[in-house]
Design a protein around this ligand. Structure first.
Ligand code: SF4
Ligand code: F3S
Ligand code: FES
Length: 248
């Protein structure tokens, strides 16, 4: 079959192409099981080697090829032609600065990620007879879903609250925080909740719900945010309670 691509291009280093513009490409001999990423590769290799995009694993694991396909955020390697049809519009994810074509600057996204302290803190000595801090299955079940996050940014860059205010920490960072807040081995729950109770934390989420269907890992993003909000409402520290009062 024949497929037509409409791709948003931008090259700040090339006069005449230094404003965003749309370019069309037509591909033939396309199968309905072909992935959008494969077809973007074909365009790059067969028609225009200057097309810039990110990708690595091609199997939905690395999270590097998040783009907006027909108006919806997705990983290009996970969508098949039969999922999106024969007219495919591809543009960069929204809310982050575009560097070139489909490549955005992820640094503001990772700055938010770092703000939630994405590492476990436990200062207790390891049990003398064990090499690991063990958890029960029930404890582990609390964080199984949010540990599946691959930091692709599909959720954060589909969130209107984030588009309106890039200082909002965003759903991806909250999902990552959830993974540690509800980890029974972590010891800085109060600090994490305090960080997320700040004005650019969870309260900027207006439950718009774009983030959940955008997640390629099937994580219930809005539910995880709700659980973090609830934990803050329960008021782990005086500081957190004070911030809650401001927002209510
Ligand atoms: Fe991507 Fe889902 Fe993680 Fe958001 S929660 S960054 S959409 S994997
Ligand atoms: Fe945004 Fe998701 Fe909340 S789309 S407003 S983070 S529910
Ligand atoms: Fe790694 Fe798509 S290329 S997730």
């Amino acid at each position: 079959m024949e497929v037509t691509f409409r791709i948003k291009r931008y090259n700040p280093e090339m006069p005449g192409r230094d404003k965003p513009y749309w370019q069309e490409f037509t591909l033939t001999d396309v199968a309905e099981k072909d992935r959008v990423l494969e077809l973007l590769h074909r365009i790059k290799w067969e028609q225009d080697g200057t097309l810039a995009m990110r990708r690595s694993c091609s199997h939905g694991i690395c999270g590097s090829d998040a783009v907006r396909i027909n108006g919806v955020n997705a990983l290009a390697c996970k969508l098949l032609v039969r999922d999106v049809g024969t007219k495919i519009q591809v543009e960069p994810i929204l809310g982050l600065p575009v560097l070139k074509d489909l490549v955005v600057d992820m640094e503001p996204f990772f700055e938010h990620y770092r703000s939630i302290m994405p590492y476990m803190v436990n200062n207790d000595p390891l049990p003398a007879d064990k090499r690991e801090r063990l958890q029960s299955q029930a404890d582990k079940d609390q964080i199984t879903e949010t540990t599946n996050c691959i930091l692709c940014a599909c959720c954060t860059t589909s969130c209107p609250s984030f588009w309106a205010n890039g200082k909002y920490v965003g759903p991806a960072a909250i999902v990552q925080a959830h993974r540690f807040i509800f980890d029974t081995r972590d010891q800085i729950t109060r600090e994490r909740l305090g960080e997320l109770a700040e004005p650019n934390g969870v309260w900027r989420c207006r439950t718009i719900y774009n983030c959940t269907p955008a997640c390629p890992r099937g994580i219930q993003v809005t539910k995880a945010i709700g659980e973090v909000k609830l934990a803050i409402r329960k008021g782990a520290t005086k500081n957190i309670v004070k911030v809650i009062e401001i927002h209510e």
